[in-house]
Design a protein around this ligand. Structure first.
Ligand SMILES: [Fe+2]
Ligand SMILES: [Fe+2]
Length: 287
């Protein structure tokens, strides 16, 4: 069994957090306006089915893992992703209740991932998870490094994204460590890893874009050119979230790549305090 190079660096922890996400501000919870808010909402559509897929693809290999620390990490990874799935169901339900056809879009994602599960070998499914986990960790990093993106947002939507971003970083090495544990490091495994990375990103973004545009079109709020400009700024120029993650996505092609070569643990150093506050908020808002 190959030694897991970066294991033991971080042990993810499952945190059972809940957020009260209301349909009333579901399409304009970010002060940048409807287009940027709906961009984030379009990402949320993917999480319930996507994260169930991640869990399954790692479960497929759980019995082959001998490293005790990695076994624990897998257990916590599954716990974290299950909590994310649950809260993004709440999030997506708020969008459905607000009149957006998010259930139809979620079904589309689910069907696509079922096809992947039925038609591809297990190591390809693990490679899909690994590639998309790199994407979610990269998105999480930019969200936390650029607080201006969430500044002034409705508190609960801001918090659900902050929590998810922190935990995506916290468990970013798990799928990769499973891969290096079960796949011999050969030119073939490198080829699968990078090819699936390209295919997964192309398919993912080719779904995000129409979902995003349709969600904006279906908004009952006024959307002007200024709002689109602001969305463009946030994504491509200032702070340019997508431009910034491009650099991270390119890193993935390096033969010796590992997610923890980018040591950004500081981005979730206050997570326990954050979790306590989130729990308090949830209780307080019930009263
Ligand atoms: Fe997640
Ligand atoms: Fe994840």
């Amino acid at each position: 069994m190959r030694k897991v190079a970066f294991n033991n660096m971080i042990e993810p922890i499952r945190r059972n957090l809940k957020f009260r996400l209301s349909k009333d501000n579901a399409d304009d919870w970010n002060p940048a306006g409807v287009p940027f808010t709906q961009f984030m909402n379009a990402l949320s559509i993917f999480f319930p089915a996507g994260e169930r897929f991640f869990i399954e693809s790692i479960r497929n290999y759980r019995d082959q893992i001998e490293d005790e620390q990695l076994k624990k990490d897998i257990h916590q990874f599954i716990g974290q992703e299950a909590m994310h799935t649950r809260e993004h169901m709440v999030y997506n339900q708020a969008l459905i209740d607000a009149g957006f056809p998010v259930d139809t879009y979620m079904n589309r994602v689910e069907k696509l991932l079922k096809v992947v599960q039925k038609t591809t070998p297990k190591h390809v499914q693990l490679a899909v998870t690994m590639a998309l986990e790199h994407l979610t960790a990269s998105l999480g990093e930019v969200l936390l490094k650029e607080p201006a993106i969430m500044e002034g947002s409705e508190e609960n939507f801001k918090n659900v994204w902050s929590w998810h971003a922190m935990e995506e970083i916290e468990h970013k090495g798990v799928a990769f460590d499973v891969w290096t544990s079960v796949m011999p490091q050969t030119p073939y495994s490198y080829f699968v890893r990078v090819t699936i990375h390209v295919i997964a990103q192309v398919i993912f973004w080719s779904l995000v874009i129409p979902f995003h545009i349709n969600l904006v079109r279906k908004s009952t709020k006024d959307v002007g050119i200024k709002d689109w400009y602001k969305c463009h700024q946030y994504l491509w120029t200032k702070p340019g979230a997508l431009r910034k993650i491009m650099l991270e996505l390119v890193q993935y092609f390096r033969p010796g790549f590992h997610p923890w070569q980018n040591d950004n643990r500081y981005l979730f150093e206050n997570i326990e305090k954050f979790a306590e506050q989130a729990n308090n908020n949830y209780e307080k808002q019930a009263a």
